[in-house]
Design a protein around this ligand. Structure first.
Ligand SMILES: Cc1cc2nc3c(=O)[nH]c(=O)nc-3n(C[C@H](O)[C@H](O)[C@H](O)COP(=O)(O)O)c2cc1C
Length: 206
């Protein structure tokens, strides 16, 4: 099949977009609201966007609490969402009023961050403290606002549970990060493999 956006999803009953762009890492974002109450929510329209310096970004369909707090306070924390915390992550996606502490709602302990004010999820094996560098309303092809917002932040501190460090490297497979796929599907990354680049030193080019 092959269809244009004007034709909806072609013959399909549901849009396969999120199943095609998959798996997506989940930005489990903690922020503080204007009264200092911690907020927590998962965002799979999320990615690392730069390593010079380290920067990450997430997109909110509307101006949800995480996006607004990250824009207003200028700070947010990425918590690594893993298979072990699947249900807590899901619980924190509940749409509740501003001012509800979603750490408590999800039964999670908060731990202080090093540089920014929003706490991290104590049980998450890695977290990236960020300062917001840029935010924008999303525009469509006609230049019309979609209602969505993209937030970008620069990493100012990194937390890693020391048990996940092996030979000086973060052990991604042992952390078992969650990936969001389409529909209600998820993937758990439980194994990785190495592939050297053609230009890597010592690489034999065949
Ligand atoms: C795995 C997962 C990924 C999600 N990704 C997004 C996303 O990328 N953008 C979005 O607007 N909502 C997303 N949601 C829904 C939000 O998490 C949900 O609306 C939540 O209540 C937002 O919380 P907040 O208002 O406290 O920020 C996702 C939900 C789940 C379970």
């Amino acid at each position: 099949m092959h269809y244009t956006t004007e034709q909806g999803y072609g013959p399909l009953p549901f849009d396969p977009f999120k199943a095609i762009v998959a798996p997506r890492p989940i930005g489990w974002i903690s922020t503080l609201n204007k009264d200092g109450v911690p907020n927590l929510g998962p965002y799979s329209f999320f990615s690392a966007i730069s390593s010079r310096p380290n920067m990450i970004g997430f997109t909110s369909d509307t101006l949800k609490h995480s996006a607004r707090n990250a824009m207003e306070s200028g700070e947010f924390v990425f918590n690594l969402s893993t298979v072990d915390l699947l249900h807590e992550m899901n619980k924190s996606s509940e749409e509740v009023e501003d001012g509800v502490n979603e750490f408590e709602l999800a039964g999670l302990e908060a731990a202080p961050s090093r540089v920014v004010k929003p706490p991290r999820v104590a049980a998450a094996v890695a977290a990236l403290e960020c300062k917001t560098t840029f935010s924008q309303a999303l525009l469509d092809l006609d230049g019309k606002e979609t209602g969505g917002y993209q937030i970008i932040g620069q990493v100012v501190a990194t937390y890693i549970d020391d048990r996940l460090i092996k030979d000086g490297r973060f052990d991604t497979a042992a952390a078992r990060p969650l990936g969001r796929c389409g529909y209600r599907d998820y993937a758990g990354v439980e194994s990785v493999f190495e592939l050297l680049r053609p230009t890597d030193p010592g690489k034999v080019i065949r």
